[in-house]
Design a binder for this molecule. Sequence first.
Ligand code: ADP
Length: 194
Amino acid sequence: MRLILLGPPGAGKGTQAQRLVARHGIVQLSTGDMLRAAVAAGTPVGLKAKAIMDRGDLVPDEVMVQIISDRIEQPDCARGFILDGFPRTVAQAEALEALLARKGLKLDGVIELAVDESALLERIEGRAKETAGGARADDNAATLAKRLSVYRTQTAPVAEYYRGKGRLRTVNGMGTVDEVSAAIEKHLRAATEA
Ligand code: ADP
C-alpha cells in the first residue's frame, strides 16, 4: 500500500503514520525526519537544509524529489510506504507522479488531516515545551507561524491538486487519535476496494 498523508504542522501526521506502519507493515517516509538525520550527520544535504529548516522555509524541490526517489527504491519500501511531509509543493506532487509512473508504482490513497488553526498552535506549542531545549530547533512560536504560512501558500494547493484528480480523502483530524485512525482505515478500505 502506498499512501500520502497531508496536513498542516501539528495535524497529527506523524502519530497516524506510526499507526499505519504498525497495522499494515509498511514504512513511514518522513521527509522532516530524513532531513533532521541529514543535519545531525552533517551530510552535504544536511548542511544546506539546516538554515532553511530553522527559519521554517522549504528545502528546494529538486533536493526533496531526489531524496524520495532514492528512498523508495530501498528494499524495505517494497511492501509499501506512507509519505509524511512530501509532497509539500505542487511541483513535488507532479514530480512524484512522474517518478512513480517511471517506476511502475501506483498510489493507493491521499489522505488529508483537516484541523483548525487555533488547535494547531496549541498542539505545537505543547510539543515545543515537551522538547524544550532539545529536539527541534523549528518548534518555536516564530518559526511555527512561518511554517503555517508556508503551508497555506505552498502546501494547501497540493490538496487541491489531488482533489482535482478525484483522489483526495479528507479526514477530520480533530478527533481522538483512535477516532482519526478509524476514519483513515475506513477510507483505505474504500480506496483499496475501488
Ligand atoms: P512539520 O512538523 O511542520 O510537518 P516536518 O518535520 O515535516 O515538519 O518538516 C520540517 C522541515 O523540514 C520543514 O519546515 C521544511 O523546512 C523541511 N521539509 C520537510 N519536508 C519537506 C519537503 N517535502 N519539501 C521541502 N522542505 C521540507
